[in-house]
Structures are given as structure tokens and as C-alpha cells.
Design a protein around this ligand. Structure first.
Ligand SMILES: [Zn+2]
Length: 370
């Protein structure tokens, strides 16, 4: 963080021209109260679920949450589109300039083609039954084509370790090359239970959804080391939630031989974790092991706002020893790198147009300047 006597110079469109000392900056300097930061990067959202705001009960656990989403996500198309429009407006007002957005439908395209926010569209597939893998993959390919047609960057990604069969993995992982691949990772203890010994609440979820699970063989390891090899083609890996990621999981990642070529990012969505499971990831453990962190809001189905500053405030409330400068890097440059947008976003560097946002000193107000 630069001290007060430095001046940020941009052109009228927000392109960074320089950062110089006040004594050299001439006249017409605008003085602002608070912290001037590049625009925020929301690395995990589902804008197409925005119509589910305030409809799902809090703190009932991930399995109940997933069942609720599956049963309630359909709604009147007009309501879905209006909610997406409102969600984007909310993110713009909160200084968000780019979003890693999970897509199961094309509903968000109408909004995205206006190019108000930069999106990395993660076309999400799931299918636990091996026999539906081909069908699920073809549906995802067709959806991805709709995004590509409108020049929206997109890639097909797995939903979660507990919802993607080996067959489906092998259909999708050939196209991971040169992309950022994201996955919901270790969001609940039950995910590790499933891979360790084939028990836990996902077994009852499969039963409730009439999904046979007899083709699944537990690996006797946590979920992350069980599926991670599937991601090794990716350029960047964005692991989302990580609420039950252990030290042995992190050490496993550190030992991977491709670690130096593939960048791994851990996305934290603390307000969604509190909403769904009422737990937080062990952020001290992640920091102590020098993992690269980013921030996400998740969707309005599991959050009261789409505001990166609200995520920052929750982190600082529970981890007051962490400096704001460090968390702001997660919220800006790290997120931009994870979404491969750091050539233009994430920091005040000459030639970039990262957005200019002012965060008040008490973090209660955020304003986009450019
Ligand atoms: Zn999510």
C-alpha cells in the first residue's frame, strides 16, 4: 500500500498512466478519504441463481442446500432474468469488475453481452451415474457454444468431487489445457467421508435423489488427493470453499510434480460458508502454507449480498490479525491472475484499466470512481 503523498493518474477511461509523488503531480488533484484500490475480482458466483435470494433456510448443511437448489432452481424466466440484471447492478455498485461465474444455463447471457463486467464463464457439468456421462457432456458442449458465439470466454468444468463420475471426468478433462478450471472443493466434512470410506450424508442424498452409487469405490483418502489428478492439464486451478481442506491435503498439492507449471488458487467464500454450514475454512492454515487465496461471493442463494467487501469484513472479524493490505491482494490481483485477466485487471500498473474504487476507512462504504 502506498502512502498518502502518492497520486494515481489515469486517463478519462480509467487507463492507468502513472503513480507519482504529489509534488510532481501538478494541479487538479482529487483528494479522497479511505483506500484507493483496483476493482474487485469475484472469483466464484452463480449469477443465474440470484432469484433464490432469501428463499433457502440458513445453516442446515450442504446436503440440504444442494437438495433445495435442485428442487427450487426453476422459476419464471422473467424473474430469473430480472434477478440476474439486479445482481450485476449490485456487483457494479460494489466495485466488482470481473466475475468467475458458474453457468448451468444460458440465462445470464442477455446481461453478459452488454459487457459491463468481465466474465470467465465456467460451464458446469455434473452426473454421478456413469451411464449419463455422454449426455451430460454433450449438453455442456452445446451450452458452451452459446457462450462462445457471443464472445463470452468459457470452459466446461466439474461441479464437485461428489457429483462427477470417472466417465464424465474423462470426457471433460481433455479440454482443460490453457484454461482456468474450477471445482467446489471440500465444502463439507461429508465429502471427505465419502472418499475415505463411502459413508456420510452424501449417501443419503443419492438415495433421496434416486441415484445409484454402487459404481463408486472409496479411495480411502480425502476427496482432494482422490480427484486432483483429473485437473493436471489445467493452466490454473481454482479450488472453491476449502472449508475442510487439511494440512495433508495441502502437502499433497505441494508435492505434485506439475505444481510449478499449474497455478493453484484457493477461493474463499466465507459468508456462503456461514450461511450454509456455519463454519469457516482454516484461513490461518492456508496462509501459513503460502497458498494463493482469492475471494468469491458464491450466489444469492447462499449469501445476503454480492459484495467482496462484505467477505473481507467477515474475514477480518474472525481473523483480526490479518492485514487489510493482504486481503485486498486476494480480492484484486490474485483473483485477476486466477481468472487470467491480470493483463488488464487487478492492480494499478501502467496500461491496465483495472477500475478505480474507494473503500472508506471503516470499510462500510465502497464507491466505484471509474
Ligand atoms: Zn458455488
Amino acid at each position: 500500500m502506498l502512502p498518502e503523498h502518492f497520486v494515481l493518474i489515469t486517463n478519462s477511461k480509467g487507463k492507468i498512466e502513472n503513480i507519482i509523488e504529489e509534488k510532481d503531480a501538478g494541479e487538479n488533484i482529487q483528494q479522497l478519504q479511505g483506500i484507493i484500490t483496483p476493482g474487485f475480482i469475484n472469483t466464484h458466483c452463480h449469477t443465474e441463481l440470484s432469484h433464490l435470494k432469501n428463499t433457502i433456510q440458513e445453516k442446515t448443511g450442504l446436503v440440504d442446500f444442494v437438495l433445495n437448489i435442485v428442487n427450487n432452481r426453476n422459476a419464471n424466466e422473467e424473474n430469473i432474468l430480472q434477478a440476474i440484471q439486479n445482481a450485476e447492478e449490485e456487483m457494479l455498485q460494489n466495485g466488482i469488475v470481473a466475475v468467475g461465474d458458474i453457468c448451468n444455463t444460458a440465462f445470464s447471457l442477455q446481461q453478459k453481452k452488454q459487457n459491463k463486467i468481465a466474465y470467465y464463464n465456467f460451464i458446469e457439468v455434473s452426473g454421478w451415474l456413469p451411464q449419463i456421462a455422454e449426455k451430460k457432456n454433450s449438453e455442456a458442449v452445446a451450452l458452451a457454444q452459446k457462450f462462445s458465439k457471443l464472445q463470452q470466454p468459457c470452459v466446461i468444468v466439474p461441479h464437485a468431487p461428489y457429483s462427477v463420475s470417472e466417465n464424465l471426468w474423462s470426457l471433460i478433462n481433455q479440454q482443460f489445457h490453457h484454461h482456468t478450471i474450477t471445482i467446489h472443493n471440500q465444502e463439507t466434512k461429508a465429502e471427505n467421508d465419502l472418499f475415505l470410506n463411502g459413508t456420510g450424508s452424501f449417501i443419503s442424498m443419492y438415495k433421496q435423489m434416486n441415484i445409484a452409487h454402487n459404481s463408486f469405490k472409496p479411495s480411502t483418502q480425502n476427496s482432494l488427493p482422490s480427484y486432483f489428478h483429473q485437473l493436471c492439464n489445467a493452466q490454473n486451478i481454482l479450488l472453491v470453499h476449502n472449508t475442510f481442506t487439511s494440512i495433508t491435503d495441502i502437502q499433497f498439492l505441494q508435492q505434485q510434480h506439475f505444481f510449478s507449471q499449474t497455478q493453484i488458487y484457493f477461493c474463499l467464500c466465507p459468508n456462503a460458508n456461514l450461511y450454509i454450514e456455519n463454519v469457516l475454512p482454516n484461513i490461518e492454515l492456508l496462509r501459513a502454507n503460502h497458498v494463493q487465496l482469492t475471494l468469491g461471493t458464491d450466489s444469492l442463494a447462499s449469501n445476503h449480498s454480492l459484495n467482496i467487501v462484505d467477505e473481507i469484513k467477515t474475514i477480518l472479524k474472525h481473523y483480526p490479525q490479518i492485514a487489510i493490505t493482504e486481503v485486498l491482494q486476494w480480492a484484486t490481483l490474485n483473483g485477476a491472475k486466477a481468472l487470467a485477466m491480470d493483463n488488464n485487471l487487478g492492480s494499478f500498473e501502467k496500461g491496465k484499466t483495472p477500475g478505480v474504487v474507494v473503500l472508506s476507512n471503516n470499510y462500510n462504504a465502497v464507491k466505484r470512481l471509474i
